[in-house]
Design a protein around this ligand. Structure first.
Ligand code: ACO
Ligand code: LMR
Length: 600
């Protein structure tokens, strides 16, 4: 039988991964952490589709909790530290997500399943698997586990900061509250608190037919916990679990005083057994009735109240009240308003102007423009001098390529039409796209896919040719095998010192294939920048394949061309204004007329 070791949990630095997102519960856990004096939130990640981050308050400060689409995408440092999970997925998704947590988290101790309606077959399978792994899962339909000042894993104890305080979750005490009902567990916690006492821990078993942590395991946890002096138990009709507790009390396995209430005695008044709210709450045999279970517990020394009011009274009469503790400053957490935007890039608060958390003046004085630009694009201060040198070179190299190229032409046409600097620049920038300058990003996708597929460059070229797809980063109107682009070989030199350069090697492999077909299908500057940048980010900055892929989703790889060529476009704008040649207009002989060509 899996063991729930409360003492071990008290010693544990919790690293919780939320399977699914439930903003109210997550915020309450962060409030608990903050008020308990933790420096960092105990939740390290959320597995959910949708956003990349979710924003929560940690005290008054907003923090970003990273969100990952699935467990495979969790970074290694989160995966290797995760020791608890909170599963708030719907019932049918519980088994696979909990299994994934068991597979991926080597330090996993336990978890909570919040959903109601976990299929019974899944519950049994999960139970067996937790036994094999020697971990525990509380639930389904559980509001969780709480240990004052240490751990809040679920909605237990409340979701508002004021409720946490009123439940005395920051004053360790000696009453263990165990309940199958989530609503009642909070009610009883509050009764304990308002009687001037505190919890040693509390746990909601959940009202499912097969609770993954049984009352037996929970009682044993309370018995073994040195801080627990009394066990307060709220049970209900249905099931036989309480008879195991009876045996434990009879044999002395449970020696601590038990105060209990078993709900559902009213069921005896019905001719056919009524089903109460919880799946488990129905007595089909006499010994499953609330009355029989209460009597059995009473017969072995438990103090079992007949009415709920008497149960409350027995809690109030417990002889170990604690001194009143000063209110945690929960008021300070009330009325927090989320900011309209979040930024990881820069700020200007008071007299502190910063970029990526570093003083702007210091950052500007001590770094090259290339370092600043690429760090800001990536949202993190880069470390690798090779990457900085490469970016610096690219920014200079791609600055212009004559007035003939598409973007420069559009800038010049706009300038001659009398447009202003920004409009002329914009018309040039709007020309950057899949055929001109903006093929770097798609080339990066092709090199990434090619390397990941394990296929040879020849096979990839064939596949794309069959689909009649042009390969981004390949081909040039001017350059060909016997007239190479001088910029490309210079760009490739930046990988000379790299021991591994899979992306550059793959791009060159593709070029070898395409130039066999046609001499103009050389690796162009866009393709070369993409390949070298991928290798330098992977080697020098430790980017994983997934991280590189997520950069392509925002077109990061095109940014260097856009930035650099803006200089060229502006130069052409100034040039045209200086030369003042007037409005540009094509003459009729510069257009071919094809009105009668029915094929078009
Ligand atoms: N992949 C596969 N086949 C290609 C490619 C390519 N990237 N580029 C051209 N071809 C083929 C064409 O399908 C065509 O084949 P066909 O003769 O059998 O019909 C032939 O080569 C000639 O095509 P054109 O469009 O006439 O070639 P052009 O020299 O005008 O094109 C261009 C140059 C636009 C760059 C083209 O090669 C291309 O689209 N490349 C991919 C996009 C790209 O990398 N652009 C960035 C260029 S560098 C820069 O802008 C800074
Ligand atoms: C450029 O750098 O603009 C080019 O290589 C594109 C071109 O058409 O020459």
């Amino acid at each position: 039988m899996a063991k729930l070791d409360i003492g071990q949990l008290r010693m544990l630095e919790p690293h919780i991964v939320c399977l699914g997102s439930h903003p109210g519960i997550i915020q309450s856990i962060l409030d608990f952490d903050y008020l308990a004096g933790r420096r960092e939130p105990s939740i390290s990640a959320i597995i959910n589709s949708g956003r990349n981050v979710e924003r929560y308050f940690f005290g008054k400060r907003e923090v970003a909790v990273p969100v990952f689409q699935d467990m495979e995408l969790l970074p290694e440092h989160i995966r290797s530290q995760a020791n608890l999970f909170l599963n708030v997925f719907s019932g049918r998704r519980v088994i696979n997500s909990s299994r994934a947590a068991m597979r991926h988290f080597p330090k996993l101790v336990g978890g909570v399943v919040f959903a109601e309606g976990l299929p019974e077959q899944h519950a049994i399978q999960l139970y067996n698997e937790t036994e094999e792994r020697g971990i525990w899962i509380v639930g389904g339909a559980s509001v969780g586990v709480v240990i004052p000042n240490i751990l809040k894993l679920g909605a237990i104890g409340g979701t508002q900061a004021s409720q946490l305080n009123q439940s005395r979750l920051f004053t360790p005490g000696s009453v263990a509250v165990i309940s199958s009902s989530g609503g009642m567990v909070n009610e009883i916690i509050r009764t304990v608190a308002s009687s001037g006492q505190s919890l040693s821990f509390s746990l909601a078993l959940g009202g499912e037919r097969f609770p993954l942590v049984s009352p037996q395991v929970a009682f044993q946890a309370a018995e073994d916990d040195p801080q627990t002096q009394t066990i307060a138990y709220f049970g209900e009709l249905g099931g036989q679990d309480e008879y195991v507790i009876v045996d434990m009390l009879k044999s002395g396995q449970i020696s601590k005083p038990v105060i209990a209430y078993i709900a559902g005695a009213v069921a005896d008044l019905f001719e056919t057994p009524p089903q109460f709210g919880h799946a488990k709450a129905m007595a089909t045999h006499a010994d499953e009735s609330a009355r029989s279970k209460a009597e059995a517990l009473r017969s072995v020394g438990a103090h079992v109240a007949t009415r709920y009011g008497d149960f409350v009274k027995s809690i109030q009469e417990l002889s170990h009240p604690l001194a009143d503790v000063p209110d945690k400053l929960t008021d300070a957490l009330v009325g927090r308003t989320p900011a309209l935007f979040a930024s990881t890039v820069s700020g200007d608060v008071g007299d502190d102007i910063n970029i990526l958390g570093r003083d702007l003046l210091d950052f500007a004085e001590n770094n090259s423009f290339a370092h600043i630009a690429v760090s800001m694009f990536l949202g993190r201060d880069i470390n690798s001098p090779e990457l900085e040198k490469f970016v610096d070179f690219v920014l200079k190299l791609l600055v212009d390529h004559g007035p003939y190229v598409s973007g420069a032409v559009n800038t010049m046409v706009a300038a001659r039409a009398g447009k202003d600097l920004v409009s002329s620049l914009a018309s040039g920038l709007l020309t950057i796209g899949p055929r001109f300058g903006g093929a770097i990003n798609q080339a990066a996708v092709t090199w990434l896919d090619g390397v990941a597929s394990g296929q040879t460059p020849a096979a990839v070229v064939e596949e794309l040719a069959k689909k009649r797809h042009r390969i981004a980063g390949i081909g040039h109107r001017k350059y060909r095998v016997d007239l190479p682009d001088p910029r490309v070989s210079r760009l490739l030199e930046f990988t000379d010192e790299l021991k591994v350069k899979p992306y550059t090697s793959f791009a060159l492999g593709v070029e070898a294939e395409t130039t066999r077909k046609k001499g103009t299908l050389i690796l162009n500057v866009d393709g070369a920048v993409a390949a070298v940048l991928l290798d330098l980010l992977a080697v020098g900055e430790g980017y994983s394949e997934d991280q590189l892929r997520s950069l392509t989703r925002t077109e990061f790889f095109n940014a260097l061309f856009v930035l650099s060529r803006s200089v060229g476009f502006m130069a052409h704008y100034f040039d045209q204004v200086r030369l003042d040649e007037g409005l540009f207009r094509l003459s009729p002989d510069q257009v071919a007329y094809m009105y009668h060509d029915s094929e078009l």
